[in-house]
Design a binder for this molecule. Structure first.
Ligand code: ZN
Ligand code: FE
Length: 256
C-alpha cells in the first residue's frame, strides 16, 4: 500500500507528489520542483526521502535535485534519454525498466512529445501512474520537443492503461483546461460534470487530482482525437486522428 501526499508549489501550479510505501517506509518524490519546499513537506509528514523519480528535464521538475541529494542522500532516477540535461542522476531508465519504491513496483513508459525523453512511472499493482507533463486532467503538455504524431502515440499508451488507474500530473491546470475542452466538445455530458466537479473542488480549496484513466478517456479532448463525435464536432470526420490531435493542440496553444 502506498500513502500519497500532494501539494501545490509556485506560480505555475506544480504538483509536489510524495509517495511512501507503508510496508517498508521507503519514500519517493515525483520530480523535484524546489528542494526547500519538498524538505519542509517531508518533515511535516515525518518522512525521510530515498528516491527522486524524474519525469523530464525541465527546471520546474529538477531544480530541487541537488538540495534533496545533499539533505537526504536520495538516489535520483531519470530518463536515460535526458541524462545529459539533468544534474545528479544515479540511474537512467527507459521503456519497460522497473523502479521500486519499497515493495511497490513501477514500470517506466516512454512518453515523448513534451520533451524528447519524457517518461511516466506506472504501477499495475498499486493502480497508479505519475505522468509528469505528458497528460494533464482535461489537457496535455505543450509540444516543446515532439511532433503531434509523437505526442498522440504517447497519449495512446497512457490511455491504454486500466480505467481505474489513478493519474497524478505535473501541474494543476484543470480549471483552465476545462474551459478549453468545453469549446471542443460542448455536448459532452461527462465533461460538463467534470467541469462542475472541478469548480466545487476549487471553491473548497482542494486539488483537482488525482484523476483516473477512465475519467480522462471520457472527458479529455486530447485523448479523444479518434472519437467520431469529437471529430464530427470539429468538422474533421474524415481526417486522421493525428491531424485531429494536432488541430486541438493548435487551438489550445492560442486559447486565451
Ligand atoms: Zn515540463
Ligand atoms: Fe512542468
Amino acid at each position: 500500500m502506498l500513502a500519497i501526499d500532494q501539494s501545490l508549489f509556485g506560480s505555475d501550479d506544480n504538483f509536489v507528489v510524495l509517495v511512501r510505501d507503508e510496508a517498508t517506509g521507503a519514500v519517493a518524490t515525483i520530480d523535484a520542483v524546489d528542494g526547500d519546499f519538498i524538505a519542509r513537506r517531508l518533515r511535516a509528514l515525518g518522512w525521510g526521502l530515498d528516491l527522486v523519480l524524474v519525469t523530464h528535464h525541465h527546471r520546474d521538475h529538477t531544480a530541487g535535485i541537488p538540495a534533496l541529494k545533499a539533505a537526504f542522500g536520495a538516489r535520483v532516477v531519470a530518463p536515460a534519454a535526458e541524462l545529459g540535461r539533468i544534474a545528479g542522476v544515479d540511474r537512467g531508465v527507459g521503456e519497460g525498466d522497473t523502479v521500486n519504491i519499497g515493495r511497490a513496483i513501477f514500470e517506466v513508459i516512454e512518453t515523448p512529445g513534451h520533451t524528447s525523453g519524457h517518461i511516466a512511472y506506472w504501477s499495475a499493482g498499486e493502480k497508479v501512474a505519475f505522468v509528469g507533463d505528458t497528460l494533464f486532467s482535461l489537457g496535455c503538455g505543450r509540444l516543446f520537443e515532439g511532433s503531434p504524431e509523437t505526442m498522440w502515440a504517447s497519449l495512446q499508451k497512457l490511455r491504454a492503461l486500466p480505467r481505474d488507474t489513478a493519474i497524478y500530473c505535473g501541474h494543476d491546470y484543470t480549471a483552465a483546461n476545462g474551459r478549453f475542452a468545453a469549446t471542443i466538445e460542448p455536448q459532452n455530458l461527462d465533461l460538463e460534470a467534470r467541469i462542475a466537479e472541478v469548480a466545487r473542488l476549487a471553491a473548497a480549496g482542494r486539488p483537482t487530482l488525482p484523476t483516473t484513466i477512465g475519467a480522462e478517456r471520457a472527458t479529455n479532448p486530447f485523448l479523444r482525437a479518434d472519437r467520431p463525435r469529437l471529430r464530427r464536432a470539429l468538422g474533421m470526420a474524415k481526417t486522421t486522428p493525428e491531424a485531429v490531435f494536432a488541430e486541438i493542440r493548435r487551438r489550445k496553444d492560442s486559447f486565451a
